[in-house]
Design a protein around this ligand. Structure first.
Ligand SMILES: [Zn+2]
Length: 201
C-alpha cells in the first residue's frame, strides 16, 4: 500500500478504513428485508470483538507475537464471515435526505453462513441471488433465494475493501480502546442513523 492515494473515491475509502464510519447491515428481531444482494463471491473470515459504544474490532490474537488486549480484557471474540451487501431498505436521515440501496457490511455467524451456503449450492453464486431475509430471533433466520442477474453497482455505490476496513488495529490502539471504552464518541462526519444502534449506548 502506498503512503498516499488520490481522488474522491479513495478519500471515501480511506475515511472508511481509518476508523471512520462503516455501515453495518443489521436486522432487528422480527424484521424482514426483501431484495438483499450479496456483492462478493466469498466471505472474508475473521474473529472480532464487540465493544459497547465503539463497534467491532478485529481480534489480533495469534496474528503476531503480541497478545490481543480485548481477549486479555475478557471480551470474547466471535467468528464473523463478512460480505458487502446491498440494503434495499429506504430511510431518511436527520437532514431529511433519503437513502436506499446502500452498500453495507454484513457480518454473519456460522449458522447463517451455512444457510447462505445452502442457498448458493441450490441456486448459484452469491452474487446472483436475490435474498428475502427474515430474522425471527437471535440466531433464528429464514432466507428465501431466487436466482437473478448479477447486481450492477450504480452511482455512489462503492464496495468496502474488506481487507482494509477489517484490518486489525495495532495492540497499542486496541489497548487505548480497552482503557477508554467508556469515552465519548466523536461524531465524525457521518450522518447515518440507521446502522448506528451500537453507537448510541
Ligand atoms: Zn482478541
Amino acid at each position: 500500500m502506498s503512503w498516499f492515494s488520490k481522488g474522491f473515491e479513495e478519500a471515501e475509502a480511506q475515511a472508511a478504513s481509518s476508523g471512520g464510519f462503516i455501515r453495518d447491515f443489521f436486522l432487528k428481531n422480527g424484521e424482514d428485508v426483501n431484495g438483499v444482494r450479496i456483492l462478493d463471491d466469498e466471505s472474508i473470515n475473521i474473529r472480532a470483538h464487540f465493544v459497547k459504544g465503539k463497534g467491532w474490532f478485529t481480534c489480533i490474537h495469534g496474528i503476531d507475537d503480541e497478545g490481543c488486549p480485548l481477549c486479555e480484557a475478557g471480551n470474547k471474540a466471535q467468528n464473523q464471515f463478512v460480505f458487502n451487501v446491498i440494503d434495499p431498505r429506504e430511510y431518511t436521515d436527520k437532514n431529511g435526505k433519503t437513502h436506499k440501496n446502500q452498500v453495507k457490511l454484513w457480518r454473519v455467524g456460522i449458522t447463517l453462513l451455512r444457510l447462505l451456503n445452502k442457498r448458493r449450492t441450490t441456486y448459484g453464486p452469491y452474487t446472483t441471488l436475490l435474498l428475502n431475509i427474515s430474522k425471527m430471533g437471535a440466531g433464528a433466520w429464514d432466507i428465501v433465494a431466487e436466482k437473478v442477474e448479477e447486481y450492477e453497482l450504480g452511482e455512489g455505490q462503492e464496495l468496502y475493501e474488506r481487507e482494509e476496513v477489517l484490518a486489525p488495529k495495532s495492540r497499542k490502539e486496541l489497548l487505548a480502546v480497552v482503557n477508554n471504552s467508556e469515552a465519548e464518541n466523536d461524531d465524525d462526519d457521518d450522518d447515518d442513523d440507521d446502522a448506528a444502534s451500537w453507537r448510541k449506548s
